[in-house]
Design a protein around this ligand. Structure first.
Ligand SMILES: *[C@@H]1O[C@H](CO)[C@@H](O)[C@H](O)[C@H]1NC(C)=O
Ligand SMILES: *[C@@H]1O[C@H](CO)[C@@H](O)[C@H](O)[C@H]1NC(C)=O
Ligand SMILES: *[C@@H]1O[C@H](CO)[C@@H](O)[C@H](O)[C@H]1NC(C)=O
Ligand SMILES: *[C@@H]1O[C@H](CO)[C@@H](O)[C@H](O)[C@H]1NC(C)=O
Ligand SMILES: *[C@@H]1O[C@H](CO)[C@@H](O)[C@H](O)[C@H]1NC(C)=O
Ligand SMILES: *[C@@H]1O[C@H](CO)[C@@H](O)[C@H](O)[C@H]1NC(C)=O
Ligand SMILES: *[C@@H]1O[C@H](CO)[C@@H](O)[C@H](O)[C@H]1NC(C)=O
Ligand SMILES: *[C@@H]1O[C@H](CO)[C@@H](O)[C@H](O)[C@H]1NC(C)=O
Ligand SMILES: *[C@@H]1O[C@H](CO)[C@@H](O)[C@H](O)[C@H]1NC(C)=O
Ligand SMILES: *[C@@H]1O[C@H](CO)[C@@H](O)[C@H](O)[C@H]1NC(C)=O
Length: 362
């Protein structure tokens, strides 16, 4: 008994030592066009550029006859990991933004200021719902383009197939991942068995499109998907009153990356997420800003180095912001703190959600 206690004390001491370590992420540039400052994100098309993989030679090149650029890249990435010190690891994250959702269509329809200051706080209008928005037909088509891209790249370019798949719990990402990968012919070791991760969801604002369904509903809609451990039945974050700041979002983006990098040995990892969340992941990874259009995909070659010491920031608070409580007056165009949106009365911070939290459909 005494021996077991001693072992427990040693275990506790080891845990303390292990805790004083953090992972530093950097983007390895020079392999993909997206991390090159001269590449214009607005006009860049991953489907016509081999996902942005640059034609070049690598240190690992040898007997490269008839190997595709992706096959040679895979050897190069293998070499990087082989030669890396034990506290350094390289992975290729392939991050896809969901196809167009009903919330995206509504933002265009109402214009961004009016969307942000009022309509985004509703579940939908008389024709469409955008709470936990589903894909529009155009969004489905964008995911089908990704599906075609993967099918042809696997066959013709021998692009490495993801070894693991993660997705945001929001419906538009669950559907995008399914359309993209669900019917590809894949070896069983790389089968499409996605894991739903809470922290890959979009930045949590007051918008109802950032609220997720309960786990029961998610399971009913995508029964083959796996939930990460401890995924809660109810949405633990969205409240319709306070929103996550960028600083808070970056901290949770780092948390989810730490989780993936600490528990997943895969080198090629697919993530299906959102514009705001991928932007946050890019910040944490030290990648330049690169905005993705709906349905677009970006690869990032990541170098993860475990260092001793404590990471700097661990918490940041959420904030409230002013909103209209009735449809805005859209005829006035003077820019204001509301981004050009003018409320019929003075704008106030909402203290209760504009909707009844319960049903997602109006
Ligand atoms: C990671 O390390 C690099 C190089 O030492 C440093 O420039 C960067 O700020 C670090 N990133 C973070 C998030 O600590
Ligand atoms: C990127 O392309 C867009 C669309 O053609 C253009 O408006 C913008 O000026 C370009 N940006 C740069 C930095 O060239
Ligand atoms: C890269 O190489 C491929 C195959 O040789 C070629 O088809 C493609 O046009 C090249 N791309 C660029 C940007 O040079
Ligand atoms: C490369 O492929 C071509 C056409 O399939 C073939 O004729 C040639 O022998 C191959 N070269 C090598 C080194 O395998
Ligand atoms: C609801 O919003 C959609 C855009 O998402 C728009 O096409 C439609 O006309 C709107 N319906 C009403 C009744 O305003
Ligand atoms: C897979 O899905 C795509 C897009 O939905 C479709 O065009 C294609 O025919 C499907 N392929 C197979 C093999 O089912
Ligand atoms: C997911 O994709 C598979 C394969 O294409 C399809 O059979 C299934 O119906 C899809 N599920 C949903 C919920 O879209
Ligand atoms: C889960 O969500 C569905 C759809 O919104 C709802 O009908 C159901 O009552 C919810 N289940 C639980 C246990 O809350
Ligand atoms: C799940 O929750 C339990 C109990 O709080 C905790 O011990 C465990 O570490 C959690 N697992 C994960 C993967 O977060
Ligand atoms: C890390 O933080 C812990 C607890 O806050 C502290 O005891 C420890 O000394 C710190 N380690 C380093 C290397 O700063």
């Amino acid at each position: 008994m005494r021996f077991i206690l001693a072992a427990a004390v040693i275990q506790a001491a080891l845990t303390t030592v292990a805790d004083a370590a953090y992972i530093n992420y950097t983007t390895v540039t020079g392999y993909f066009q997206q991390d090159d400052p001269i590449t214009n994100a607005t006009t860049f098309d991953y489907t016509t550029t081999n996902l942005g993989l640059i034609n070049r030679t690598y240190s690992a090149d040898c007997n490269t006859n008839n190997l595709t650029q992706w096959q040679r890249f895979a050897r190069e990435l293998f070499r990087l990991n082989l030669e890396a010190p034990t506290n350094v690891e390289y992975k290729l994250l392939i991050m896809g933004r969901h196809g167009e959702g009903y919330h995206n269509a509504a933002e265009s329809f109402y214009t961004t200021p009016a969307w942000n200051c009022y309509y985004s706080l509703l579940n939908g209008n008389a024709t469409n719902s955008w709470a936990d928005a589903e894909l529009t037909p155009a969004g489905t088509k964008q995911a089908q383009i990704a599906n075609n891209f993967w099918r042809s790249s696997i066959t013709n370019q021998k692009i490495p197939i993801p070894q693991s798949y993660y997705t945001s719990p929001l419906q538009r990402c669950l559907a995008t991942a399914n359309i993209t990968f669900g019917n590809l012919t894949l070896p069983s070791s790389k089968a499409f068995k996605p894991t739903i991760k809470e922290l890959l969801r979009e930045g949590i604002s007051l918008h109802t499109c950032d609220r997720r369904h309960n786990a029961t509903y998610i399971h009913k809609t995508f029964p083959s998907y796996t939930f990460e451990a401890n995924f809660s039945e109810a949405d633990p974050f969205w409240n319709g009153v306070t929103g996550e700041t960028s600083a808070a979002q970056d901290i949770r983006s780092k948390t989810v990356l730490d989780d993936i990098f600490s528990h997943d040995d895969s080198t090629y990892i697919s993530i299906t997420s959102h514009s705001g969340e991928i932007a946050s992941l890019l910040r944490v990874l030290g990648h330049r800003t690169f905005s993705l259009s709906t349905g677009a995909v970006i690869p990032v070659l990541v170098r993860a180095e475990t260092r001793s010491g404590n990471a700097t920031s661990t918490s940041a608070s959420w904030s409230v912001s002013p909103h209209c409580t009735a449809p805005p007056v859209t005829s006035i165009s003077t820019a204001t703190t509301m981004g050009g949106c003018v409320c019929p009365n003075s704008a106030t911070a909402v203290t209760t959600p504009l909707i009844t939290i319960g049903p997602f459909r109006k």
